[in-house]
Design a binder for this molecule. Structure first.
Ligand code: PCD
Length: 805
């Protein structure tokens, strides 16, 4: 047997299967400028669309005069709500059970709202014509604060006036959308009332935006002769777009083909359906030629899906020695003009009810009130699984505040409250069942890696030196332990617009032993073409380099719910493994036939089936594939294909321990990140290099959100941060050198034990950066200050604490 070992290892290495840092196959085209993005789609006779947008955040639209625009040479059409109304397309359903204007119908509710759609020969003519459309507005009072909205007589959504029931239950006020309650309020209050220690805090998780480098866009092409509609677009869920397009337009689903080509980053921004998609489709149907619509950066920031905007109020109770006894959370959620949050239907505040975090908290209560304001709609899970980043930020701040209240070390407070390894599967107070975890091991590894005790000692010395006037710099140690909840989801409780959230993989092995696999998901930069081939390589014994992965074309890919919420690995990844196992099962029968033994007498060995006890007798997968097509095998149909649709039994719960060490210049408010250590546990690791890249990217987006990125409005509802001059995107200058680490706690219910990872670093990173800033000021009495911690706000914190003398 020993003689076989090196050969076996070589064969396994040659597959480039799971666990190896295979180089990203898609980068060959990306690094050579050969990617194919929506704006690269150029069709003969194609027209270009552009929007007239509202300069006002709240106004009545009295009149729209398109005559001057229509006179401009090259203008083909100008669509307004009046043109869409006969088609029933002037409003569209949102993912959250609300409806949204496609084009302004009588009024506008946010700055940048779509008012008219100009279709012209080229982009330049379209842009000129936009200027020529004359819109008469009558300004209305603007509300940009949800608390004010709930007090105001001004009715934002006149279309809903008098409606006391919304998609998620009763509405308390004309600007109120829903109340969502989870957990046991009475029991939680009782625990709070009798608790030895209670810490309270209010925090605002500001509004921000995913801001992918590629903005949103679509090309619609209606072939009137054959009755076929093809739409290329920036879609994170192409199949859902096809189904929705069919339901809205009445075109039968088989006559619609939706294609997501290469996507230049999604981050949740490309989950929703936008007026631009609808208008380009309608314009193509009307004009009979292809119509392209591509947003510019300002349009993207001002009008497509925002993220966060949660006002959170918490109470956490504990014993004197720090054992947490209860958690109470109330959220006022600013949803803007329309409730277009992208969450599974039954979860109007997403998975905010994971807010008990990584801790064993016996009783908890959460209530979320959704509110309309004069801000853009959206509410997407920007690099987090449906509001998990809000939940983790909330609990990780509450832990810090409780530590202050108790006069305790925050690392120790975490340690004594972690869910213990032997408690998994762990049923949380707000309903979730965590599949697996080993938090103490991860935490201890992290604390040791950064020499936590040493850091605290250094910090205390720094504080003394600061007090003596020897330095103007403070040191912050940011701690975070997070648990994500990814892989939506079991079809029994997760759907989007009624479509159950399973996912799929279909695989075809070609006669010569190479293969193509298609999935219901769609990569936006994550590297699916690389990693899914690795899963199949291990499962089928066909080298990853011989497997093409294809996603995003609804005419060829099996139905799936798309890529967001780090669901591809937990759901489509499972489907891929199971499709691979179906291939293997058939291959086993073929091999047994070829080797003239019983099915049970052969076993799989890396890339072949061998006769048990006679390893010199085998058939490779290549030989088996050839036989599958070219040899008559009694009782077995020709070909080697499989498809798997996977409905996960549960979510997966990746977790991580992060530490950020910062030096803060008290006089300028400039933080310098000295060290960032990130330990992630995503179960079985498919491609360590891709995971590392995911962690770097997610941390950088976390740095952005915590330290400056914000969609800010003034009192008139003007977006103050609508360009990249004001909206913070970190560059090499701000980004530190990240240290990554890992533990491996496989998911017990996933076929290969893998959990998602793409969002984890963002979810854990935001509170970690924020905690570092706040920790630096803890010795001077700071309890909590809101993000984003830009230089000015940090300076102001120092100033408010009297540190500027
Ligand atoms: N992995 C591995 N292993 C494991 C896991 C995982 O390897 N264990 C890998 C995979 O395969 C892929 C990645 O990693 O490739 C990821 O994964 P996941 O976690 O599963 O995820 P997905 O589903 O795929 O994806 C999604 C995510 C999200 S969600 C987001 S935001 C972001 C991330 O992803 N985005 C992005 N990342 C990224 N990257 C890039 N480049 N770009 C982008 O855009 Mo949302 O909800 O949408 O908000």
């Amino acid at each position: 047997m020993n003689d076989m070992a090196p050969d076996r290892e070589n064969r396994a290495a040659g597959l480039k299967g799971m666990g190896c840092s295979r180089k990203r196959v898609e980068d060959v085209r990306f690094t050579q400028g050969k990617g194919n993005y929506v704006d690269d789609v150029k069709l003969p006779g194609m027209l270009h669309g552009d929007f007239v947008r509202s300069p006002y955040a709240h106004a009545r639209v009295k009149n729209i005069d398109i005559s001057k625009a229509m006179e401009l040479d090259g203008v083909v059409a100008v669509l307004t709500a009046k043109d869409l109304e006969p088609l029933g397309l002037h409003w569209m359903p949102t993912l959250a059970g609300d409806k949204q204007m496609v084009l302004a119908d009588g009024k506008v509710l946010f700055q940048g709202q779509e008012v008219a759609f100009v279709v012209a020969r080229d982009r330049y003519v379209a842009a000129d014509a936009v200027e020529l459309v004359e819109v008469e507005y009558e300004e209305l009072p603007v509300i940009t604060n949800p608390f004010e909205a709930l007090q105001s007589d001004v009715v934002l959504r006149e279309d809903l006036e008098g409606q006391t029931e919304g998609a998620h239950g009763p509405r308390k006020h004309h600007n109120h959308i829903f109340t969502w309650e989870q957990g046991d309020e009475a029991a939680t209050n009782e625990v709070m009332d009798n608790a030895e220690v209670v810490a309270e805090e209010e925090m605002y998780y500001h509004r921000t935006h995913p801001c992918p480098l590629e903005t949103c866009g679509a090309v619609a092409s209606m072939d009137k002769v054959n009755g076929k509609l093809t739409v290329w677009g920036t879609f994170q869920a192409p199949h859902v777009v096809r189904t929705v397009a069919s339901l809205l337009s009445g075109i039968e689903e088989h006559n619609i083909r939706v294609i997501s080509p290469d996507i230049g980053g999604g981050f949740g921004n490309k989950v929703g359906v936008y007026p631009g998609y609808v208008c380009s489709i309608v314009a193509s149907i009307v004009t009979g030629v292809p119509v392209k619509w591509i947003e510019d950066r300002m349009e993207n920031l001002m009008s497509t899906a925002f993220a966060r905007d949660y006002w959170m109020k918490g109470r956490i109770s504990a014993t004197k020695d720090g054992k947490i006894t209860g958690l109470h959370c109330h959220v006022t959620a600013d949803h803007g003009g329309f409730d277009a949050c992208a969450d599974p239907t039954k979860f109007p505040a997403g998975f905010m009810n994971i807010c008990t975090g990584s801790y064993d908290i016996p009783v908890a209560y959460l209530a979320v009130d959704g509110v309309y304001t004069n801000k853009a709609p959206g509410g997407v899970s920007y690099r987090c699984s449906f509001r998990v980043t809000e939940a983790v930020y909330f609990i990780e701040r509450m832990i810090e505040v409780l530590a202050i209240e108790l006069g305790m070390d925050a690392a120790e407070l975490r340690r004594i409250n972690f869910i213990r390894k032997d408690q998994f599967p762990y049923k949380a107070a707000l309903g979730w069942e965590y599949d697996s975890g080993d938090y103490h091991t991860a935490w201890d590894k992290a604390m040791k890696a950064v020499d936590y005790d040493g850091l605290r000692k250094e910090q205390a010395e720094r504080v003394e030196a600061f007090k003596r006037g020897e330095t103007r710099s403070l040191m912050g140690i940011g701690l975070t332990f997070f648990t994500e909840i990814v892989g939506a989801g079991p079809v029994k409780n997760c759907d989007i617009l009624g479509m159950g959230m399973f996912d799929s993989c279909e695989i075809r092995i070609h006669p010569t032993g190479s293969a193509i696999a298609r999935l219901g998901t769609i990569s936006q930069g994550q590297g699916h073409a690389t990693t899914f081939a690795q899963i199949l390589a291990t499962e089928t014994g066909i080298p990853a380099d011989s497997i093409t992965i294809e996603e995003g074309d609804t005419d060829t890919a099996p139905y799936g719910l798309g890529t967001y919420g780090s669901r591809s690995t937990p759901v489509a990844g499972a489907a891929t493994a199971l499709a691979g196992r179906k291939i293997r099962a058939k291959a086993q029968m073929i091999a047994a036939y070829l080797l003239e033994v019983h099915d049970d007498d052969v076993e799989f060995d890396v890339d072949r089936f061998v006769v048990k006890g006679a390893p010199e007798r085998f058939k490779t997968m290549k030989e088996i594939a050839y036989a599958a097509y070219n040899q008559a095998i009694p009782g077995i149909e020709p070909g080697l294909e499989a498809v798997s649709y996977y409905d996960p039994p549960n979510m997966t719960y990746p977790f991580g321990a992060y530490v950020c060490v910062m030096d803060i210049d008290v006089d300028t408010g400039v933080p310098t990140i000295r060290r960032f250590y990130a330990l992630d546990d995503c179960g079985t690791r498919i491609n360590p290099m891709i995971i590392e890249g995911q962690v770097h990217g997610g941390l950088t987006e976390a740095l952005a959100v915590a330290l400056g990125q914000e969609i800010a409005y003034d009192d008139l509802g003007n977006v103050k941060t609508g360009t990249l001059m004001d909206f913070f995107l970190p560059t090499m200058v701000e980004v530190p050198n990240y240290e990554t680490d890992h533990t491996v706690t496989p998911s017990p219910h996933h076929p290969i034990g893998a959990k998602g990872v793409g969002e984890s670093p963002h979810v854990g990173g935001v509170p970690c950066f924020s905690n570092a800033i706040q920790d630096a000021f803890r010795p001077f009495g700071l309890r909590h200050t809101n993000m984003p911690h830009d230089h000015w706000r940090i300076w102001k914190t120092a100033n408010d604490l009297g540190l500027h003398g």
